[in-house]
Design a protein around this ligand. Structure first.
Ligand code: FES
Length: 63
């Protein structure tokens, strides 16, 4: 992909990343990006990290 990478935080949810070619997780592992927009987990509870799997929704409801 070409052009700038844009990161948009969602209230109580993931970071939406547009225009990235790869995401590097906290362990240094590269994850190729194959879609125009991906959602990165910021709650730490996703079963598919670094991607958001909507687990944050159940966390928000239970608190
Ligand atoms: S932000 Fe969605 S599962 Fe963590």
């Amino acid at each position: 992909m070409t052009g700038p990478v844009r990161v948009t935080p969602c209230p109580d949810g993931p970071l939406l990343v547009r225009g990235a070619d790869v995401v590097t997780d906290e362990d240094g592992t590269d994850h190729p990006v194959t879609r125009p927009v991906v959602a990165l987990c910021v709650c730490g509870k996703s079963g598919r990290r670094p991607w958001c799997d909507d687990t944050h929704r159940s966390i928000r409801r239970s608190t």
